[in-house]
Write a protein of this length. Structure first.
Length: 314
């Protein structure tokens, strides 16, 4: 990675530029320091104390190495639809019933395994930006470099990454459009489940979810949902908390004969590109099981129309 030092960065040390602007960890900088060609200024070895001048070219050996690769993520030739791809990012359309990363009982059937196979010609490090539950389908962002991961994390923290989901619920929210503003925490000692809670209890974290009702019929609703915070199971817990759990959600609601998983799909994500800042929007079409569910509940002729209407809420 080469960085041409501008007037704005002149006078900074290599350490301050790489830690504050690029977000590199002290451990990674230490590794660069002791690697041949790890840190160069104008083609010559430099320490992290080197003061940079305008026009200098700072070179950092940022590429992933075999030592960076997790031994727990083995390449697997799984089908995976790529929505967008460049050197910094890979955006996938994660299918339902595919975990994001390996865990107990899911060692080789995850999105991480599929991407490791796609990039098996080089060292690959799985860096998810927005994680989706196993049964949630749709747009999932992954960063391909350390710098991209750092900048996407900053965008997530600042709210610059906007997400829109389509959800089918058991129950019809009233009012038809609103915001669920509350607090969540882990349920007891569970590492999986979450619950709504008062703000002054241990582990409470603020959570805000906006929704808009697109259709309603026979005790069900189709919602366009925007989470403004990023808590684990946030949409599932907060919708359940207002009496509208996701259809098919066996953790926070009940099973359904109409769909074999919870009815939640990440339909669109908007984000600033980590390299040039241009705002991008990536969409994922409804998978067949949710399209079928919406058709059964709200009419086959309206399924596509409702999907397009949802995107106007984004």
């Amino acid at each position: 990675m080469n960085i041409v030092i501008t007037a704005a960065d002149a006078g900074k040390t290599v350490l301050s530029l790489t830690r504050q602007d690029l977000g590199l960890s002290s451990a990674f900088l230490k590794r660069l320091k002791f690697s041949p060609g790890g840190i160069l200024v104008n083609g010559e070895f430099a320490t992290v104390r080197r003061v940079l001048c305008e026009g200098d070219v700072l070179s950092l050996a940022m590429e992933d190495t075999p030592d960076d690769v997790s031994p727990y993520i083995t390449p697997s030739p799984l089908p995976l639809r790529i929505l967008y791809e460049d050197n910094a990012l890979t955006v996938i359309d994660k299918p339902p019933d595919m975990p994001a990363h390996p865990s107990l009982g899911h060692r080789s059937d995850t999105a991480a395994n599929a991407l490791a196979y796609r990039y098996s010609g080089k060292p690959y490090v799985f860096r998810p930006v927005n994680r989706l539950d196993r049964d949630t389908s749709g747009v999932m962002l992954t960063a391909n470099t350390r710098q991209a991961a750092y900048r996407m994390a900053l965008s997530m923290q600042s709210g610059a990454i906007r997400k829109m989901y389509l959800a089918v619920t058991d129950g019809i929210p009233d009012p038809s459009e609103g915001s669920v503003d509350g607090w969540m925490r882990r349920t007891g000692d569970s590492i999986i489940t979450r619950e709504n809670c008062p703000p002054d209890v241990s582990g409470a974290r603020h959570a805000v979810t906006e929704y808009r009702r697109l259709a309603a019929a026979d005790g069900h609703a189709l919602l366009a949902v925007r989470p403004l915070t990023g808590r684990t199971h946030q949409i599932r817990v907060q919708l359940s908390g207002i009496g509208c759990p996701l259809t098919g959600d066996t953790l926070y609601g009940s099973a359904s004969t109409l769909i074999g998983r919870h009815a939640l799909h990440a339909a669109a994500v908007s984000f600033p590109h980590p390299e040039d800042g241009r705002v991008m929007t990536v969409r994922a079409e409804l998978p067949e099981d949710m399209r079928s569910l919406i058709s059964v509940l709200f009419g086959a002729e309206t399924a596509t129309t409702l999907e397009e209407e949802a995107l106007t809420c984004f």
